[in-house]
Design a binder for this molecule. Structure first.
Ligand code: GAR
Length: 213
């Protein structure tokens, strides 16, 4: 059975969705870069091993990345799932775990990289917003996209209403993609996403049905 490890920085609702999805793998650990991340207690309640690698204890990004990589290796995971993990990982880290790290980002990439994605979407006036799951590469929020879910931007939406609607889709999409990887049906091959077997490409897109009034 494959082993997966989850990295968090805060609330951990995507982590909970992953842990509660009955994935075909064992969760080896949840690691946070913040000792006060709420998700740590929630993982511990589920009987999952937890660890903290506090980024504030390291003089440089490289030192933090090296310590985090070393801690991850002690759990020997096949897959690392960034789940609201809010640190940028450097090239050395990414190369070390190449093809084994996924991230969920709250926008329809390549639009709205970085932070405050819901505010960015509202400011841009887009009609569709959503979330993306992608392989992690050195480009920030720029790795090959595996799957996306869209939600409509509604009249009167503010940042928190829009974020809430996107989060519902995040909780559906991320476990689905993690399952593909753990089942051996998802790979990063020559820098491209390869979905094999019975995974229909339609399953990598979830879009709302818009009714005309
Ligand atoms: C989620 O919306 C996730 O997509 C986002 O942070 C939130 C974490 O919530 N991640 C990023 O912005 C990564 N760049 P959670 O801790 O409840 O899963």
């Amino acid at each position: 059975m494959k082993r997966y490890l989850i990295l968090i920085s805060g609330r951990g609702s995507n982590m909970e969705a992953l842990l509660d999805a009955g994935l075909p793998g064992a969760c080896a650990a949840v690691i946070s870069n913040r000792p006060d991340a709420d998700g740590l207690a929630s993982a511990a309640r589920r009987g999952i091993a937890t660890a903290v690698v506090d980024h504030r204890e390291f003089a440089s990004r490289e030192d933090f990345d090296a310590a985090l990589a070393a801690k991850i290796e002690t759990f020997a995971p096949d897959l690392v799932l960034l789940s609201g993990f809010m640190r940028i990982l450097g090239d050395t880290f990414v190369a070390r775990f190449s093809g084994r790290v996924l991230n969920i980002h709250p926008s329809l990439l390549p639009s709205f990289r970085g932070i405050k994605t819901h505010a960015q979407a509202l400011a841009a006036g887009v009609r569709l917003h959503g979330c993306s799951v992608h392989f992690v590469t050195p480009a920030l929020d720029g790795g090959p996209i595996i799957a996306q879910a869209a939600v409509p931007v509604l009249a009167g939406d503010d940042e928190s209403h829009l974020a809430e609607r996107v989060l519902v889709e995040e909780h559906r999409l991320y476990p689905r993609v993690a399952r593909w990887f753990l089942d051996g049906r998802l790979q990063l091959l020559d820098g491209r996403v390869r979905l094999a077997g019975e995974v229909a490409i339609e399953a990598a897109l979830h879009a709302p049905q818009v009714e005309e009034t």
